[in-house]
Design a binder for this molecule. Structure first.
Ligand code: GLY
Length: 369
């Protein structure tokens, strides 16, 4: 069995429904087979991927799985892009797993970004009422967020992520070398979730990121691995305490209430991380005006978002944004749970009536505070 390289680290997630390691490091893809063998066992496996990522990394991944003793079934590949995150793709994957004769002891290996992890994770949750999945995220967003914590879903015509399940992976293999093939635009977009994690739980990382943004030229593998691992720890701490989003996990929605509305209003042409960054800045500005945090806290959050070249607000009309918030699946009657910063690295959840949220949106548009 291959040995971990000196740059590899493992972050242990202990969710109520299962514990697993997130392996982070440059070159860890070559150890995916050994990691899967130890964490998931089974005799056969099937890689699920999409048309952009598959040609880049599936051969190396399958070679690693084969050398760890797996019989590797023909891979399942679906068209790259957000549009594939639907019931049709899910059905195709389930049929494909059945055609390959995978049993409940076998392993689905999800190779790709957030869409792949979500739809392959949901297929694993449903196939034979649940088989093991190893997540191999290849985008920054998937490494720091969607591959960790067990949320899987597809979109319905009525909205994003409306059909899904909590299904924790047996292991996560995050090779930061894969980030070299992510487009600069997508990488920048994903930094929105990284900044969000810093605002949530790590004031030092917030200031480090502002001084040395991840989007600056020459960021090395070691720093990327450090940042990814720290982000996974932050998410882990939340998921360990509240896997099913009954309380603390709601804090991961920081920036998302307005972010989702901005994303919907753009017809999903603006990236998710950019919309989260814009929503985060609007909430930060408004929180300073409401006295929930200081002007300095708000300014530090905005500075980090700006340093990454992400949007610090939106010019979508308030009425339009409120229309989308009204349809948000996380709305509670006539109010929403809004996550607000209290100081760098700390947030709280406030139950806010929709009328008050309208005012918050207006306050969030103000000049930089
Ligand atoms: N991305 C938010 C969560 O996993 O809860």
């Amino acid at each position: 069995m291959s040995e971990p390289s000196s740059g590899e680290r493992a972050v242990r997630v202990s969710a109520a429904s299962g514990a697993y390691d997130v392996h982070v490091g440059p070159g860890v893809l070559a150890r995916a087979g050994a990691i899967a063998r130890e964490a998931a066992g089974g005799g056969r496996c099937c890689v699920v991927t999409e048309t952009n990522v598959g040609p880049l990394y599936a051969d190396e991944l399958e070679a690693s799985l084969a050398s760890a003793g797996y019989e590797v079934a023909p891979r399942l590949t679906f068209p790259a892009g957000e549009r594939s995150k639907n019931l049709g793709t899910l059905a195709d994957l389930l049929e494909g797993l059945a055609e390959r004769g995978l049993t409940r002891d076998d392993v689905v290996v999800a190779l790709g970004g957030g869409v792949t992890g979500d739809v392959a994770g949901l297929a694993a949750a449903l196939y034979l009422r649940g088989c093991r999945v190893v997540q191999v995220p290849t985008s920054l967003l998937a490494m720091v967020d969607s591959s960790v914590g067990g949320k899987t879903a597809v979109d319905l015509p009525a909205g994003k992520n409306l059909a899904g399940a909590f299904w924790q992976p047996a292991a996560v293999v995050a090779d930061v070398r894969c980030l070299s093939t992510v487009s600069p635009e997508l990488f920048r977009d994903s930094c929105g979730e990284v900044v969000k994690h810093a605002v949530l739980a790590d004031a030092r990382m917030l200031d480090d990121l502002t001084r040395a943004p991840l989007t600056a030229p020459g960021v090395g593998e070691a720093r990327l691995a450090d940042v990814v691992a720290r982000n996974v720890e932050i998410k882990r701490d939340v998921v360990d305490a509240d896997e099913r989003e009954r309380g603390l996990r709601q804090t991961l929605n920081l920036g998302h209430t307005l972010g989702h509305a901005i994303e919907s209003a753009s017809g999903f042409s603006l990236g998710h991380g950019s919309c989260v960054a814009a929503g985060l800045c609007m909430v930060a500005r408004a929180s300073a005006r409401m006295g929930w945090c200081s002007d300095e806290t708000s300014a530090r959050i905005l500075a980090c978002v700006e340093a990454h070249g992400l949007p610090t607000g939106s010019d979508v009309p308030t009425e339009t944004l409120m229309g989308y918030v009204g349809h948000d699946k996380k709305r509670h009657g006539d109010s929403v749970n809004l996550v607000v910063p209290t100081e760098p690295g700390r947030v709280e959840v406030r139950r806010v009536a929709l009328g008050e949220l309208e005012r918050i949106v207006e306050l969030g548009r103000g000049a930089r505070s």
